[in-house]
Design a protein around this ligand. Structure first.
Ligand SMILES: [Zn+2]
Length: 288
């Protein structure tokens, strides 16, 4: 640094450093203000959809821990703060405020690496997230084949650990409707009787609610539509089951108002490994 024993020179260098720091702080503040103009239709909320975080990322639904950490670092440097569904709901009910630049991080399918890799990084960067589990994967598959970072699912014990961390809200991703075999995710079939469909959905999604409550002491308050297939007949059932927020896969910005209905059908950007952090967020953090 400064190899100088002249007190006058040292003071000058210090003064220059302080001026540079002040200019940088001013530029950052001005940049943030101009980048996020308030809109009449609500507060801009980008929602990111992750799945598995693994060293052997090989599909559109897996990214490496390094890329994931780059994302968190980038969001932090850009001034974004993660928000929970509970915070969003409180805001819509007029009972709380949101940070100037909120962002929501979500993880679908309930992979074990959401505990082993994601949680330590959330702690390191002081962030929170939603992890949406598939009931059958957690209760049956994970118990059979637990604890391999690359492909295992969360057991109920793991789910409880995530929840107890205070950084993760558990979401419901259906018990056994995470497929395209008989229907598109959990959506209604063409010509299917609406009340028969709603009975089926209530039973399937309700099974996650009751088993989660029994195993962890809490029922999920967020619902993630498998593959993003939504239908209007699902909405009264999900409201009746107590969900405050539902997640789709349409890649669009959200605007949060003081009406809690705006949390039904939030849009999300899928984080595939094909883009750099900068290119991905150029899209996901765009208000257009
Ligand atoms: Zn899924």
């Amino acid at each position: 640094m400064y190899c100088c024993y002249n007190p006058k020179k040292l003071r000058l260098f210090l003064l220059i450093d302080i001026v540079i720091l002040m200019l940088w702080m001013l530029c950052t503040a001005v940049g943030n203000v101009s980048a996020h103009k308030p809109r009449p239709d609500g507060i801009f909320l980008p929602v990111i959809m992750y799945h598995s975080i693994t060293e052997t990322a090989s599909s559109d639904y897996q990214i490496t821990p390094e890329l994931f950490e780059n994302d968190l670092c980038y969001l932090k440097l850009q001034g974004y703060e993660t928000v929970s569904a509970a915070q969003l709901y409180a805001y819509t009910e007029g009972k709380g405020d949101l940070p100037a630049h909120p962002v929501m991080l979500t993880f679908d399918d309930g992979f074990y690496n959401n505990l082993s890799i994601v949680l330590p990084l959330l702690e390191q960067y002081d962030m929170c997230a939603v992890v949406s589990i598939v009931g059958e994967y957690t209760e049956v598959t994970a118990e059979r084949d637990p604890h391999v970072d690359r492909y295992s699912y969360l057991t109920w014990d793991d789910v409880r650990q995530l929840q107890d961390s205070g950084r993760v809200e558990i979401g419901n991703h259906t018990w056994n409707l995470h497929s395209n075999d008989t229907r598109a995710g959990c959506s209604i079939l063409y010509g299917e009787d609406a009340s028969a469909y709603q009975k089926m959905l209530r039973e399937d999604v309700g099974k996650v609610q009751s088993h989660a409550y029994e195993k962890t002491g809490h029922s999920p308050t967020v619902f993630a539509y498998p593959y993003g297939f939504i239908c209007r007949e699902s909405i009264p059932v999900l409201k009746e089951l107590g969900f405050i927020c539902t997640l789709t896969c349409y890649e669009k910005p959200n605007y949060i108002t003081r009406d809690s209905d705006c949390l039904y059908g939030l849009f999300r950007y899928n984080r595939s490994p094909s883009l750099t952090t900068e290119d991905f967020f150029a899209k996901a953090l765009s208000e257009n």
